[in-house]
Design a protein around this ligand. Structure first.
Ligand SMILES: CC(C)[C@H](C(=O)O)[C@@H](O)C(=O)O
Ligand code: SF4
Length: 775
């Protein structure tokens, strides 16, 4: 037999292939996960699930937790412990819950009192936790950030996080390969944020759906690691599962010497392997996009999705010129929400607040670039608040060492502690209704930074310029600041990377090992745990045939912030979120009901949604979205397309999302919905029928997902049956890539914990399944 010829592979193919434990004929893959990041908002329910089922964390040493979303960013000088320091009850409960959980499961943790605390996507790379060629997940959509290292990194839901905690694996599928090539030199004043906003403006917010994007070309190679992270970070804003950049010497230099980077012999071994991580010549991509770097200019958003961008020299577009009726309608709605008039020059738009921060743009280079513009200037009198929120305690410290804090303070900015802050406004850093913000964050969804707040996305240099002018401003006019593209920024000293984390933390911190640095008096009220655990073990009913009046929802790009906004993410349970479902669409500011379809008869109690616009569930990975829909009574959603993470999350909760791509079929279903007639969704037969039982159309669903839904299966139990394969994979891996095994944070303290294999898979309600599905 002639030897099979190895097909050229993409970077994504290579990293994926190296982590496949098992692949089924229907395309379901059991993937090994090397690194798992955790934060306080999306993890309590995952830990509650573990406790309810008596499971343990398989690899605490591959896991790293921090608090970032729901915390204050004001001074922590008086911090002693979270219990007394955090005043806001829900925030305190989430932080204490995480502290309890990391303690119970032995997970490394950077708490509020730790100088290394920060936004998950900033601390991972900073610590060397993120490594080239690794698989990395977090129940957070911006996990795509870590792809800048040539890691396969993507956001997951909370149920998937529970799966990873219990098994160190994830059930997934292959994604499409997409290549975005950016060649040429970036003009002065253009940063990597402009590059990614330009790309999303070009391909659209669903342009990457189902794909992992590989960014390449000379302009990408010319960028620093931090600038590359900003690009990969926003891959999710293009709907992509992840974004990747082939690692190169810049990557290796960045990683070398980080606290968790491989050392000595293992470093050499790793380097040899990492140098093979690139797309082979002739590798096939499903989608290819080419962009000339010279065409990219400082870019700002005008609407409420990241694709609504124009050059700063442009004008607010006129929705009447948009190509489709749907786009015209959504454009009109966006202008109304944003309080803008078509034709207004972008530079004439006054702002109220400035936010420089977030996992996209709160790294050292971002702060340096903004400081370069601000130096020696004052913020405009009309700017009510200008926040600088460093991405981590270490970024903050380094910036202070360089005197950046003083530059900002002298100009009138507030200099804060690390956290997500006004990126999503879970704390008091929010916009008041109708306030307008120049923001370096990544999402401009309605209400994201505060109810009725108006967000314009831009680069740190541009946000700094806006703060000074008091309007959206073109940073290229600040000639003395000589702003240049990120690739030129290293006029500043690079971040001092010390060989050991101990050099970066105080003597007091040094005395404590990481796992021990939890406040000792942070015992959480046991009742709240029991409550959360019970809710999980209660399980889900099976999904077979479902009949009811379907509510027509005639909108595209309904994001998960719209399904459940940030003020409802503050709990630790999966239930009780129905009231918050579509809150801003259902209620006016005074609490009265809006003219929304779910407020109208006969749709108030609809169990099915028929969405006529594309990309349902885009944006954040918050599993609170399906939890809220379920609690509201909705179990099945029919739409032309779904965002990937929402799609997975829905299945994990016993819901059925159905993608109907045929326009006529969708229209036929929508007609029934508009007429207020019932429709029937028959999962075993994969059919959608009208009220009298006649088939409207069929639908696709993967065999494995269908099986799990019909049987109400707990797929963690199924995966645990694969214990032998997982262990084999781990032992092979410890020989082939020992640096991934040996550089875990708490290796000395948390060895691998072996789960006993579960013999019979159970349903979510604990019943035995008669014929267990083979992998
Ligand atoms: C809370 C978390 C699940 C969420 C995400 O997934 O993105 C948040 O980080 C966000 O940016 O909206
Ligand atoms: S997008 Fe914002 S809220 Fe989400 S992780 Fe990043 S900084 Fe935090």
């Amino acid at each position: 037999m002639p030897e099979a010829i190895q097909q050229p592979q993409t970077l994504y193919d290579k990293v994926l292939q190296a982590h496949i434990i098992d692949e089924r004929l229907d395309g379901t893959i059991l993937l090994y996960i090397d690194r798992h990041l955790i934060h306080e908002v999306s993890s309590p329910q995952a830990f509650a699930g573990l406790k309810a089922t008596g499971r343990r964390v398989r690899r605490p040493d591959y896991t790293l937790a921090t608090v970032d979303h729901n915390i204050v960013t004001t001074s922590r000088k008086n911090f002693k412990n979270s219990k007394t320091f955090i005043k806001e009850e829900s925030s305190r409960l989430q932080c204490l819950t995480l502290e309890e959980n990391v303690k119970e499961f032995g997970i490394p943790f950077f708490g509020l009192g730790d100088k290394r605390q920060g936004i998950v996507h900033i601390i991972g790379p900073e610590q060397g936790f993120t490594l080239p060629g690794a698989t990395l997940v977090c129940s957070d959509s911006h996990t795509s950030t870590h792809g800048a290292f040539g890691a396969l990194a993507f956001g997951i839901g909370t149920s998937e996080a529970e799966h990873v905690l219990a098994t160190q694996t994830l059930i997934t599928r292959r994604n499409k390969n997409m290549r975005v090539l950016v060649d040429g030199d970036l003009p002065a004043g253009v940063s990597s944020k402009d590059v990614i906003l330009h790309i999303i403006g070009h391909i659209g917010i669903a342009g990457g759906t189902g794909s992992v994007i590989e960014y390449c070309g000379s302009a990408i190679r010319g960028l620093s690691m931090e600038a590359r992270m900003s690009i990969c970070n926003m891959s999710i804003e293009a709907g992509a599962r992840g974004g990747m950049i082939a690692p190169d010497e810049k990557t290796f230099d960045y990683v070398k010497g980080r606290p968790l980077a491989p050392k000595d012999l293992e470093w050499e071994m790793a380097l040899k392997y990492w140098r093979t991580l690139y797309s082979d010549p002739g590798a096939r991509y499903d989608v290819e996009v080419s962009i000339d770097a010279a065409d990219i200019v400082p870019t700002v958003s005008w609407g409420t999705t990241a694709e609504c961008v124009v050059p700063i020299t442009g004008r607010v577009p006129d929705p009447e010129t948009f190509l489709t009726k749907e786009k015209q309608e959504s454009g009109r709605r966006m202008l109304e929400y944003m309080g803008l008039t078509a034709g207004t020059p972008m530079e004439d738009i006054s702002i109220d607040k400035v936010f420089i921060g977030s996992c996209t743009n709160a790294r050292l280079e971002d702060l340096r670039a903004a400081a370069q513009v601000v130096r020696g200037r004052k913020i405009a009198p009309n700017v009510k608040q200008a926040l600088i929120v460093p991405g981590s305690g270490l970024v903050k410290r380094q910036a202070e060492t360089e005197g950046l804090d003083q530059i900002f303070l002298d100009a009138g900015f507030e200099w804060r502690e690390a956290g997500c802050s006004m990126c999503l406004g879970m704390n008091s850093d929010i916009l008041s209704p109708r306030e307008r913000c120049a923001s370096t964050s990544n999402r401009n969804f309605e209400g994201r930074q505060g109810a009725l707040g108006r967000t314009h996305l831009m680069s740190p240099m541009m946000a700094a310029a806006a703060a000074i002018i008091g309007k959206l401003a073109d940073v290229r006019k600040f000639t003395d600041a000589a702003p240049a593209s990120s690739s030129h920024i290293p006029a500043f000293k690079p971040l001092a990377v010390t060989p050991d984390i101990d050099d970066q933390i105080s003597t007091e911190d040094r005395k404590r090992e990481m796992i021990d640095d939890l406040p000792t008096d942070s015992k959480l009220d046991a009742k709240s745990f029991v409550k959360a655990s019970n809710e999980v073990s209660a399980g889900l009913p099976k999904f077979t045939v479902y009949k009811g009046i379907a509510a027509p929802l005639e909108r595209a790009n309904i994001d998960t912030d719209a399904i459940i906004s940030k003020q409802f993410l503050k709990g630790i349970s999966r239930t009780g979120l129905g009231h918050g479902c579509f809150y801003a669409l259902r209620f006016n500011e005074d609490g009265s009901e809006k003219d929304f379809v779910l407020n109208q008869e006969p749709y108030r109690r609809s169990k099915l949604l028929v969405v006529t616009g594309v990309n349902f569930g885009c944006g954040s990975s918050r599993e609170h979205a399906p939890w809220a829909l379920l609690d509201f009574g909705i179990k099945c959603i029919i739409a032309p397309s779904f965002a990937d993470i929402f799609f997975n999350n829905a299945f994990k909760n016993g819901m059925l999302p159905i993608a109907i791509t045929n326009q006529d079929d969708l229209e036929a279903i929508a007609t029934e919905a508009r007429a207020g007639r019932e429709i029937e969704v028959d999962l075993p037969n994969q059919a959608i029928n009208n009220a009298s039982g006649s088939k409207i159309c069929g639908f696709e669903v993967e065999e494995f997902r269908k099986y799990c839904l019909i049987n109400g299966l707990d797929d963690i139990g199924l995966t645990m049956q694969m214990e032998d394969k997982i262990s084999d994979f781990e032992s092979r891996r410890s020989k082939e890539t020992p640096w991934l095994v040996n550089s875990g944070f708490s290796k000395r303290k948390c060895g691998a914990i072996k789960e006993k294999p579960v013999k019979v898979p159970t349903t979510n309600r604990g019943e035995e399944v008669k014929e267990p599905l083979e992998w």
